[in-house]
Design a protein around this ligand. Structure first.
Ligand code: FES
Length: 113
């Protein structure tokens, strides 16, 4: 883990409903931040690996989300599609300091595209 991280404050956990999500726009694209029924917080790209559906508008169950477009189920922990579907989205690290949330964006200076 030598990659530099930029921690971006994204507000308080209470800004996200239980079993809800919000979409955070970053220079690296839209990030979906989810709060589970157990108050865990996960962040993944807000872009379904199937056809780019907005995962932040999906239904959360356990630690997975069902895409609102064609119902692929994506693990919030691994970003991988579950079941028979193949694909994955990037997961983003989340820090929770007594409810104050931040997400880690990789420092892209080294990441040539
Ligand atoms: S775009 Fe998500 S299931 Fe099709």
């Amino acid at each position: 883990m030598s990659m530099d991280m930029n921690w971006i404050a994204i507000g308080d956990i209470s800004d996200i409903p239980l079993r809800g999500a919000r979409c955070v726009k970053t220079p690296q694209g839209k990030i979906a931040v989810f709060r589970t029924a157990e108050n865990q917080v996960f962040a993944i790209e807000d872009h379904c690996p199937h056809r780019g559906g907005p995962l932040s508008q999906g239904i959360i169950h356990g630690t997975a989300v069902t895409c609102p477009l064609h119902s692929w189920v994506i693990s919030l922990e691994t970003g991988k599609a579950l079941g028979a579907d193949q694909g994955e989205v990037r997961t983003i690290r989340v820090r929770n300091d007594n409810g104050a949330l931040s997400i880690a964006l990789e420092n892209l200076m080294m990441a040539a595209e």
